[in-house]
Design a protein around this ligand. Sequence first.
Ligand code: SF4
Length: 80
Amino acid sequence: MPATRSAHHLIRSEGTTTVKVIVDMDRCQDHGQCVFSAPEVFRINDAGRLEFVAEPDDTLRDAVEDAADVCPLQAITIED
Ligand code: SF4
């Protein structure tokens, strides 16, 4: 099971080649459009807050980019 870090709503995962995902939680309003684009990376937890995989596998890059595009608050950043 991945460890969660509640302060930043992060879920860590192990992988070889990964994408670094950053969500500005001050901007995010937890509506969850990103969850539809990349459910492997983003989810809304039982408390109604966004959680995400901070370093998902590179195979999920396109899905994360789609999520960043659909985020109405432009809260998602991808770092290489
Ligand atoms: S789409 Fe953007 S604002 Fe909505 S939950 Fe995802 S990161 Fe937050």
